[in-house]
Design a protein around this ligand. Structure first.
Ligand code: ADP
Ligand code: ASP
Ligand code: MG
Length: 463
């Protein structure tokens, strides 16, 4: 009881100490089991009573899908769980806005581009809000600046610096749901900013970590699968995946969850699940992927295991050999910034430095120009830039061991430009034309190979 009182007086100014929720805390504090259940209270709402639900572009594309979400919210109203609903723009809408912008001006200023592309999400939350009201679910729709979600960094790829949740709590106190427009925020100047393509997941993760509430990502597949179901029809849903594996998958092309959303989720370590909006908004919410923070719980056996395959198209592969030190790599790195990734770098006394790098294909013309220039003025002996490349990655625990890595990569070894590994990832850089074949073969290793996780978990993890 003393702890509850102390927390309450620290949090609230003296004038509010005797408000109704202060009394409620005191009452709860007198009944120990209830205190344990109640968690921490804030603005009159128990934190465990909020859930953040994020709906992606396909899930909100069209009146019938919006109606389906609204009907599910209507049914859920009975469960007393308040919802923060984050919505993306309808599928294809952001591309339409980008194209409209490009038709209007040759090179749009990022600040103006953000003002245009953030409107797609605003339309969605408005429509969703109307659909909910029609079904008697009270709600309010907030854009990024209304919340506000504060951002910093460059326009079109801003980073969330903080979220002020007071307005969300205020709305939730008097209504069942708050709609929040995904993918956007506001900077110190008061201008709308966007978080980079696919950024609505990041909005949801930021809200979930600030509200300390679970985050459910509804999308157009049943969960995180062993491979992209669009490319690998035999892909299966992974019911439990470690946070680390999920980060590697998202960072290396699996767009099912935005990579930056995982960074935020990792900081707060609140639960995240990925599930289908078509079955999930109806009844079957059991079919989903849960992201686990406790890696040990997934290690059912002390053996390596292969979980999933991801890929990135449109990559450029750069190989170079210099007779001196590695300063050429530094120059190229400075040129491309964070876009250039180092795959491997070998130094041998006689031959100098040999390095392999990748970057998005769009950066290739710039890199080729820079390599030409460097060849004239530095000790760059040989360079190669292949703009029609891709990378395919397999993720799993203990994958870096040569025996495991080679058995997975062997079928594609001859066609690969380079191989790189991390603690839990093996990436092959290949020609774009080999992508489908590599994904298929590595996926086979994932399901049926010696290290396939299906064997380790004897079916428990798989659907
Ligand atoms: P949303 O619009 O809901 O944000 P996205 O298109 O961003 O949806 O992400 C979902 C898509 O991610 C799926 O349609 C699927 O093609 C792709 N995807 C890629 N890798 C995977 C994977 N390992 N598991 C599931 N989906 C994947
Ligand atoms: N609408 C944005 C996009 O298409 C953000 C998102 O969908 O998450 O990239
Ligand atoms: Mg997405």
């Amino acid at each position: 009881l003393q702890t509850a009182r102390a927390t309450q007086s620290r949090r609230d100014p003296p004038s509010r100490r005797h408000s109704w929720h202060g009394l409620a805390i005191e009452l709860l504090a007198r009944t120990q089991p209830l205190v344990l259940c109640a968690g921490v209270w804030r603005e009159g709402i128990p934190m465990h009573g909020i859930v953040v639900r994020k709906f992606g572009g396909t899930s909100v594309a069209g009146a019938s899908r919006l109606a389906r979400i609204a009907s599910a919210a209507q049914r859920r109203q009975l469960s007393r769980r308040k919802a923060v609903v984050v919505a993306s723009a309808m599928s294809g809408e952001t591309n339409r806005l980008v194209n409209a912008l490009k038709r209007t001006v040759h090179e749009p200023e990022p600040i103006a581009a953000d003002a245009v592309v953030c409107t797609g999400e605003q339309v969605t939350i408005g429509l969703l809000s109307a659909a909910l009201w029609e079904r008697g679910v009270s709600n309010a729709a907030l854009t990024g600046w209304q919340v506000p979600i504060l951002t910093n960094g460059a326009h079109t790829r801003s980073l969330i610096s903080s979220v002020r949740a007071k307005r969300i709590y205020t709305v939730l106190r008097v209504s069942a749901a708050t709609m929040v427009a995904g993918f956007q925020g506001v900077n110190a100047l008061g201008c709308s900013t966007t978080l980079g393509r696919g950024g609505s997941d990041t909005t949801a993760a930021a809200l979930s970590s600030v509200l300390r509430s679970p985050c459910l990502i509804y999308t157009d597949v049943d969960g995180v699968c062993t491979g992209d179901p669009r490319l690998v029809p035999s892909a299966r849903v992974i019911l439990r995946i470690s946070y680390e594996e999920m980060c590697e998958l998202a960072g290396f092309g699996s767009r099912v969850v935005h990579d930056r959303s995982l960074t935020l989720q990792g900081r707060s370590a609140v639960g995240m699940s990925v599930l289908s909006s078509s079955s999930g908004t109806w009844n079957n919410e059991k079919l989903r992927t849960s992201v686990f923070f406790n890696l040990g719980r997934l290690m059912t056996m002390d053996r390596p295991q292969v979980t999933s395959v991801s890929y990135r198209r449109c990559r450029a592969y750069v190989y170079l050999r210099t007779s001196g030190g590695g300063d050429v790599i530094l120059t190229l790195g400075a040129l491309g910034g964070e876009k250039i990734e180092l795959l491997s770098c070998l130094h041998s006394g006689a031959r100098g430095v040999r390095a392999a790098m990748t970057s998005p294909a769009a950066a290739a013309p710039g890199l080729e120009g820079a390599l030409c220039h460097l060849r004239c003025c530095t000790r760059l002996r040989r360079s190669q830039c292949d703009a029609a490349s891709c990378d395919v990655s397999t993720v799993g625990l203990g994958i870096r061991y040569a025996q495991v890595a080679c058995s997975i990569a062997l079928p594609m070894l001859r066609r690969a430009h380079a191989i790189a590994t991390s603690e839990i990832r093996l990436s092959l850089c290949l020609k774009e034309r080999d992508l489908r074949c590599a994904v298929g073969r590595m996926h086979l290793a994932c399901l049926h190979g010696d290290w396939g996780r299906g064997l380790a978990d004897s079916g428990a993890t798989w659907l």
